[in-house]
Design a protein around this ligand. Structure first.
Ligand code: MN
Length: 245
């Protein structure tokens, strides 16, 4: 059985010595390791052509959380709350989604990853939920609570792949975002939402595995359903790999 290679996107940050680094929270890596697959950190800065070559070697793409997508990417407007924009990261991730979808590679998006998937497919975002979304509940607990704090419930569409994986139609999730889906891409289906109606989960119908959630299951790995989410993604990646051997 060959190793299943899961490409995980990274964030620009700084090292202990203040030097620039590409980083990724260990929680993503550990969640993938737990499935038996091999996490491969995808650095930013790779030329388009190199990314296309890399795609032919990966079995799954995990779009990690991070800063905000440049509003111009979805016809939005700059907003004072828009933060940590990295145009190069937008380029890398949008290319991975577009190229990955052409090849049929399983894609799993988390937080920003859900937003990137929506933007890649033509959807739009709220630049700031509290400011722009009517009757939005609090979604940004980044500075207030630990990462595994269960902030709000989500209702999950009965019969959806997500409901089948999690084994439930309702669950409590963490919430570490200030943006969200404004207009859902026409090719995506909403499969989960919070009590204020915000889309918290999407799926690409008819695609082997195109799924994204607005919460952070990598911080909730003590819960079997959240581990199952990573396992379902890796199982799909394994199946994709088998089709290529
Ligand atoms: Mn939320």
């Amino acid at each position: 059985m060959p190793a299943i290679l899961i490409g995980i996107t990274t964030t620009r940050g700084s090292s202990l010595y203040g030097l620039p680094v590409f980083s990724l929270t260990e929680a993503y890596i550990n969640a993938v390791i737990r499935t038996g697959a091999v996490p491969i950190q995808v650095p930013l800065g790779l030329p388009d052509e190199t990314l296309e070559h890399l795609l032919t070697r990966l079995d799954g793409i995990l779009l990690s959380g991070g800063g905000d997508v440049r509003p111009g990417r979805y016809g939005g407007s700059e907003h004072p709350k828009v933060d940590f924009v990295d145009d190069d990261r937008d380029r890398v991730e949008l290319l991975l989604v577009e190229g990955g979808l052409e090849l049929g590679i399983p894609i799993f998006g988390i937080c920003r990853g859900l937003q990137v998937l929506n933007v890649a497919l033509g959807g739009t975002l709220y630049e700031d939920l509290q400011d722009q979304m009517p009757r939005a509940i609090q979604h940004d607990y980044i500075d207030e609570q630990p990462r595994d704090y269960l902030a709000h419930p989500v209702h999950i569409e009965a019969g959806s792949r997500l409901a089948n994986i999690l084994g439930t139609n309702a669950t409590q999730v963490n919430s570490l975002h200030h943006q969200g889906i404004r207009q859902l891409a026409t090719s995506l289906t909403s499969i989960a939402c919070s009590p204020d109606g915000l889309v918290e989960g999407v799926e690409l119908p008819g695609y082997p595995f195109g799924l994204a959630v607005q919460w952070h299951p990598e911080w909730l790995q003590e819960q079997a359903p959240m581990r199952a989410l990573f396992q379902a993604f890796v199982d799909a990646s394994s199946k994709y790999r088998e089709g290529h051997d």
